[in-house]
Design a protein around this ligand. Sequence first.
Ligand SMILES: [Zn+2]
Ligand SMILES: [Zn+2]
Length: 766
Amino acid sequence: MPPQKLVGYARVAVERAVDRSGGGLTYGIPEQLADLTAGERVIVPLGRGDKPVAGYIVQCLDQPGADIPIGAIKPIIRRDSKAVAFPPALLELAQWISSYYCAPLGVTIASMMPAAVKHNIGTVTRTMIDLAEPIALGEKLPAKQRALLEALAGLPADQRPIEMHDLLHMAGVKTAGPVNKLRERGLITATTRSAVEARWAEHAVDARVPDALTPMQQRIVTDITRAFSAGFSAHLLYGVTGSGKTEIYIRLIQQVVDAGKTAMLLVPEISLTPQTGGRLIGRFPNHRVAILHSGLTAAQRHQHWAMVESGDADIVLGARSAVFAPVPDDALGLVIVDEEHDHSYKQDQAPRYHGRDVAIRRAHTAGCPIVLGSATPSLESWHNAAARNDWSLHRIPERIPGMKLPRVRVLDFLEQRKARKDRGVHLIGPVLERALGETINAGGQALLLLNRRGYANYIACPDQNCGWALTCDHCDVTMVYHRHKTLPTGGFVQCHHCEAQTKLPAHCPQCQKRITTFGLGTQRVEEELHRKFPQLVTGETMLRLDSDTMRGSHALHEALTHFGTGEIKVLLGTQMIAKGLDYPNVRLVGIINADTSINLPDFRATERTFQLVSQVSGRCGRSEQPGLVIVQTFQPDIPAIRLAAEHNFEAFAALELQQRHACGLPPFARMARLVVRDRDHTKAMTRAKDLTRVMIELVAQIDQNIRVRGPAPCPIARIADKHRVQIEIMAPNAVTLQKLIAAGRSQGYLHSTADLVIDVDPLALL
Ligand SMILES: [Zn+2]
Ligand SMILES: [Zn+2]
């Protein structure tokens, strides 16, 4: 094949390839593709075999870079005409993520676009019709138009706007032509909504009259508004649960959309979106709210994305990945991250980015303010707000008038269990049992939290001399027993790390004694609830909410709607129920065991326990009715639990920060965690040792204050047949850590693959 004439060059981020520099690979632009622009998806030849692979153009150049001889440059094969281009406005953000989190640029770009957008999957919209103001019925009209207008005018006000197809059906009109004519005459209005938005508008709109702002809320709104014109500024809004943070967000968003700009609101998980989404749509009926989260169908995601990119959305609402919504930088007026402490903002595969930190970066680039809100701020954000000049701290230490923080009783789990006369298993102690009975009898609702699913998490031989326990064949963890009434065996045993399942053995394989199941799980609490409160029927007056019963956001949405109507008296669940639920009739929260995870080998275990207890406690007492929280714990005296019971975040933060400082842990250091994975333990260890040696050499050149710890087996030393060896790096600050990572990357030692996890600012340490 004769060499093609090249009219220019381009850096292309290939979707699946190692790219040492992180800025893409150089290709030539042939004459017939001279109009290619940055962001477009193209097919390029890769490697010795010139395998065609997909990638995105990061940059078009007149001259190639110095990294490759001109003779070795291959031409781009073709453009991927079916694909949607990556928004050029997000390219800089993609490059920052790729370099900060040490992930290949192509992988980063690919993960920033919803799959439906990348592959251009179709969209679904509904046209909603309403009467125009002022209503004019006197005009002379052709018969079909008159029939439509009369049908519309005959509807009660709360049934308008109406979906166009329903209106046509009512008026006996077959085509949309007369509707368009009425629009042209200015007699009706038509707005396009996505199917999701329309569904929420029907069922979830929160029509509550906006609360008048308290003086404290008003002052915060004024303070933050003052910063609007000053470019980038960061605000930490620390307000106890029920202090009216959402109302502050709504007022700020109002000002942004009034100024013709777009506001972005991030929430941790889909479970939170129904209520927040309903409230936003209810409060901004004349604005377009784009909703981006994983619970949508592919087509819905695509449609909302397109709405944002075309500049049609005033408000963008979504979970972690909504931070990549293609709002043009000059249109972005405000970014809000609600429940900023929530760990679901961190992605657990490459690029392992933190949605909150990316949001800060986006606001910085767009030159707009960012507001991080929480009742239990992460210690990173709290420290930033206290230590940095460009961060402002806004406090709301009390609930809005008429709502009091609940009373919290901390009870010793062991004593509660001893108080029982019989020898059976009791996870619900006598105090909690009494309170639950009283709450149900008085017509209230209760939440019960146990952050562990299944029935029992320890299956073992009762003979201590034998010591056998059932562990996963593929992971170094014990397996969990799940009851299942429809199975002939009555249940199964599952590994929560690799999903492997087996039957529950009847006898110990070593000594043939009958095995026992220990430990707690939500299923066991459910069984006990039925024993103690026979009037509670699962699915009717009681629900268990964990990832075993809730498959997908739709099931969760339904369950919460059901709880909202008041039929469900008791909602039992894992941390899913701890997040942001706002139901005024919840008068009791019971925490079955507050310290399920406090002894994990993770320096954030204490912080997480404090957050969980505070957050779930905050779900109750959200009306005039006083709330009660009962915390059962094996360690009633530890500060995380004692201070959560006292609603004293600031004392907890001071204490915990002091300890982190003493140990040189984040936020006083920046951390990166490298995990080498291999089926062969010796190979994993050898590779980790080599990597450690290289990192120590680089540290000597960059900054002696960086500490490299390891290699050592991870706390969970094997998952899904792969042995895991970790190296922990602690740098005095982000700049030195970035220097080290960049050096390791350009010299070819650090590239994120299936067998080398590179996690910058890690949250998961197991
Ligand atoms: Zn396993
Ligand atoms: Zn045994």
